[in-house]
Write a protein that binds this ligand. Structure first.
Ligand code: FAD
Ligand code: MLT
Ligand code: ZN
Length: 471
């Protein structure tokens, strides 16, 4: 392997190939600290021709490549295996914004751009780049596209796939596919772009993309409301969809059990609503007309919601810092879970019409089978996307609890998801965490088609092997 390392060094320059344990360490463990792997080297290419050369050299030597962006993924997709024979290809040096096309309302950018930087650069030109998630300070566009990330604006603007118009990709053979077209329509046969988006580094390496931009709203109003039941939360969502239509840009749900965990670790994040309601909903409206227009609309809808008894309390953020505090409360649940220790994540989607029965039945099954269990259920309710996460009863060691119960808990929840015609991964992807889950729940024909694609596009199985599908 020294020969390969030498060849890679001559492509990248010694500075950008990390081979000591100390240098490699920050790239080897995932954000949740669930997986730690080993790597022959960490490669930091600076342009697409270096990526192409790396792939060609690795293919010749049968060395597998694990693409990596900000390493914030939740499914171990960017972590190598324990063999020490795989290389990590981290895209962080490819972080140029190549163009903002004002007339076309698009941005062309490299895979290593940090999401928050992209939002800021777009805003400087009067545009909204709507992809937004808790990890935006460190996740990268390549990783967002490879996982088809969702986040809090999907309801209005769609997920990473919906925002993507074109891609530049290095294939498993090291060829460069330039699909950087900023077209809203292109029916020239199979959609290659959609094949790579969401493929988690298993079919190609995304090096750049063309993404949609939108006009920046001039006013945003954020409110927290209390709902007694999930069905009243959905009735409220439908009311907002009917009255606010495209002005509705956020509709997030937090159970009180999630907020209790938040308050335990971040006492400053207490719920401002009275009496600890079972469901706290965060709603955001964005407007391009005027402050008064959207504020009045929000008040009118809330009045109607009170009258219809969909909500029992509401607090409208009176300024930007209060609005930010509401969003921080929502986003800190993930951090509170990390503080609490190992937990079991379920990132699921259920059709909104089945959500009420899903939650009632699954909560009951879980509490019956695992007395004292904490169900940290929150998420993007507007998309039917629940983060139905499980923490052990208070005082029980999380690692031991998970070791004994992880599999049956996943099985119970995924069986409920399947019964409701839902999905076991709404936005976090599959990685290595849900490899078995995908095989069991995707459906035989769909799974076989995915394997066929993998075999066709990566016959040597060198791109992120044993992630998503195992051929
Ligand atoms: P990584 O973790 O580095 O990689 C993820 C996967 O993509 C891996 O399989 C990797 O091999 C592959 N990959 C990375 N870059 C490339 C590339 N250039 N080409 C090909 N494959 C590549 N996710 C959501 O969807 N919604 C949320 O609301 C959300 N909230 C989060 C909040 C927090 C606090 C954290 C820590 C994570 C959150 N996530 C969320 C998960 C995570 O941030 C996303 O999955 C994100 O898109 C991953 O981007 P990344 O750059 O960190 O990718
Ligand atoms: C979020 O929406 O905050 C993340 O996707 C959720 C998680 O921690 O499961
Ligand atoms: Zn989420």
């Amino acid at each position: 392997m020294q020969n390969l390392i030498d060849q890679l060094s001559s492509v990248l320059g010694q500075k950008y190939i990390l081979t000591t344990d100390e240098d490699k360490a920050p790239y080897l463990t995932d954000w949740r600290k669930r997986y730690t792997g080993k790597a022959l080297a960490v490669l930091l290419p600076g342009n697409i021709s270096e990526v192409s050369s790396i792939v060609k050299l690795c293919a010749e030597n049968q060395v597998a490549i694990v693409p990596q962006g900000g390493n914030t993924g939740f499914c171990g997709g960017a972590t190598p295996d324990s063999s020490g024979k795989q290389v990590i290809l981290n895209l962080k040096r490819m972080n140029q914004i190549r163009e903002i096309d004002v007339a076309n309302q698009t941005i062309t950018l490299e895979a290593g751009c940090i999401l928050q930087t992209v939002q800021e650069k777009a805003a400087e030109q009067g545009f909204l780049f709507p992809l937004s998630l808790g990890a935006e300070g460190s996740c990268m566009i390549g990783g967002n596209l490879a996982t088809n990330a969702g986040g809090t604006n999907v309801l209005r603007y769609g997920n990473a796939r919906d925002l993507c118009l074109g891609l530049e990709v290095v294939t498993a053979k090291g060829e460069i596919w330039n699909g950087l077209k900023g077209l809203r329509k292109d029916n020239t046969g199979y959609d290659l772009r959609d094949l790579f988006v969401g493929s988690e580094g298993t079919l190609g390496i995304i090096t750049a993309a063309v993404m949609k931009l939108y006009p920046l709203p001039i006013s945003q109003w954020t409110t927290l409301v209390a709902c007694e039941t999930i069905s009243s939360s959905i009735a409220l969502l439908n009311l907002f969809q009917k009255r606010a239509t495209s002005l509705l840009t956020g509709f997030e749900m937090m159970t009180q059990e999630s907020l209790d965990l938040n308050e335990k670790h971040f006492p400053q994040m207490a719920n401002p609503l009275q009496g600890k309601p079972p469901f706290t909903i965060l709603i955001e409206l964005s407007d391009h007309e005027s402050e008064d227009h959207v504020r009045q609309l929000l008040e009118t809808i809330l009045e109607e919601a009170f009258e219809s008894q969909f909500i029992s309390d509401a607090v409208i953020a009176s300024n930007l810092s209060q609005a930010n505090a509401f969003w921080h409360m929502r986003e800190h649940i993930t951090l509170a879970q990390a503080e609490e220790g190992a937990n079991l994540k379920h990132d699921i989607t259920i059709p909104l019409s089945s959500l009420d029965s899903f939650i009632k039945e699954t909560d009951a099954l879980m509490r019956n089978r695992y007395p004292g269990i904490r169900i940290i259920n929150f998420g993007h309710l507007g998309d039917g996307n629940l983060h139905y996460n499980i923490a052990p009863p208070i005082g029980v060691d999380a690692r031991i609890f998970n070791e004994n119960n992880e599999k049956p808990i996943h099985e119970l929840i995924y069986a409920q998801v399947e019964r409701c015609n839902g999905s076991i991964s709404a936005e976090h992807g599959v990685g290595q965490l849900k490899l078995d889950g995908l095989r069991a729940h995707k459906g035989e024909v769909a799974h076989e088609l995915m394997m066929t694609l993998k075999r066709a596009l990566d016959p040597q199985n060198i791109l992120n092997p044993h992630k998503v599908v195992s051929i």
